[in-house]
Design a protein around this ligand. Structure first.
Ligand code: ATP
Ligand code: MG
Length: 359
């Protein structure tokens, strides 16, 4: 088999981003040769330090490099200045817009332990519209001020996010089969909405998602589809998290559900994400720059390692991804070399070494 070379942009950003992104690079470089994968890395810049140095939180050179010279990227974290700093805005939000990364994908998985509930789900959040179009206005009335916000839902965005959820459900089933362990017997997509109240906006999301998931590709692939009203979804998510495989939601519900689900598995240091568009994915740990622990070499690298695996999934390298997931799970299950956020005493380096050994 011919060797495939993937060009990966590395954007460490600020704080512990600079400690965990090098771990992601080492992981990719350490994948077994039998996978026939080679990597070329481009060091790219964004974040608050970059802003202070150059006046731009997201330099144009970074955007151009991602667009023209990269197959995928890993993004660390950027610190958000405590009070609004003039001219500074989040580079990851800007990147999502510029590269049309319309989906935020967040897998949430618990460590297998006897007797404990197992969680193995992924939340697929629409990332371009809904209330986040930020079209707000305030006006005066005789009774005082009134503020309004637009909630925009389109057929196009709803259809492509539901299709992505279906594709993810199929791929997860493939990876599960390859890895041999699974809490889900068959793929399931849960559509989340509030169409009982918002019959037009959420109604459109619901019917469009239903249609997208009713195509032969998903039906023949055995993808079951169900719906949950978002409030009862939250209840069930906490009572019975093991019931969920892939959850697809409009922007706001997805935002809330992803953070809620992350809380189910302990540390932020475990939870990966990916920002995904047509043919491009940026892996990004869910945590921030963690200024309270930066520079101590104790940041948990697992969120980043899992984000690298997730990025590989979207580059159709499922086998490499499955290897990484299995190595991380084995480290957590054994529980001998854990970072302090998980109650251990291991340094970032030691956790990475242990996982690389298991690849
Ligand atoms: P930011 O403004 O960049 O989001 P923050 O102060 O909100 O920074 P987070 O990175 O969001 O900090 O982290 C919240 C808490 O979780 C902090 O106490 C942090 O130390 C901890 N934490 C986050 N990521 C990790 C990690 N990878 N390993 C260990 N602890 C982490
Ligand atoms: Mg934070």
């Amino acid at each position: 088999m011919a060797t495939r070379t993937l060009r990966i942009g590395l954007i460490p950003g600020d704080g512990i981003g600079k400690e965990v992104i090098p771990a992601g690079r080492r992981l990719l470089e350490s994948l077994p040769a039998s996978l026939n994968l080679k990597f070329e890395f481009l060091d790219l810049y964004a974040g608050f330090e970059t802003f202070e140095r150059t006046g731009a939180a997201l330099p144009e050179a970074t955007v151009v490099a991602l667009q023209s010279a990269c197959d995928g990227a890993l993004f660390g974290a950027v610190s958000s200045p405590s009070s609004a700093v003039r001219g500074y805005s989040s580079p990851i939000v800007a990147l999502r817009k510029k590269l049309d990364l319309y989906a935020n994908v967040r897998p949430v998985k618990s460590v297998r332990s006897p007797g404990a509930k197992q969680i193995d789900m992924v939340i697929v959040r629409e990332n371009t519209e809904d209330l986040y179009v930020k079209e707000e206005k305030t006006y005066d009335t005789p009774q005082g001020k009134v503020a309004e916000a637009i909630k925009r839902i389109s057929q196009r965005a709803s259809s492509r996010i539901a299709t992505m959820a279906g594709e993810i459900a199929l791929r997860r089933q493939k990876i599960r089969k390859a890895g041999g362990t699974s809490i889900h017997a068959s793929p399931l997509v849960t559509i989340t909405h509030k169409s009982n109240v918002l019959s037009q906006t959420d109604g459109l999301f619901r019917t469009t998602a239903r249609e997208a998931l009713a195509t032969a590709r998903f039906v023949d692939g055995g993808v079951a589809v169900e719906e949950q009203i978002v409030d009862s979804m939250v209840y069930k998510l906490f009572r019975q998290p093991e019931a969920y495989d892939v959850i697809v939601a409009p922007n706001l519900y997805g935002d809330i559900l992803s953070d809620g689900a992350a809380a189910l598995v302990g540390s932020l240091g475990l939870v990966p994400s990916a920002n995904v568009g047509e043919g491009f994915a940026i892996g990004e740990p869910c945590h921030g720059s963690a200024p309270d622990i930066m520079g101590q070499g104790i940041a948990n690298p697992i969120a980043t390692l899992r984000s690298a695996a997730l990025m590989l999934e979207f580059l159709d390298e499922e086998e490499a991804a499955a290897r990484i997931y299995a190595a991380v799970d084995a480290n957590l299950e054994e529980g001998r070399l854990l970072s302090p956020d998980l109650g251990g005493t291991a340094k970032t380096e030691e956790v990475v070494e242990d996982i690389l050994r298991r690849l």
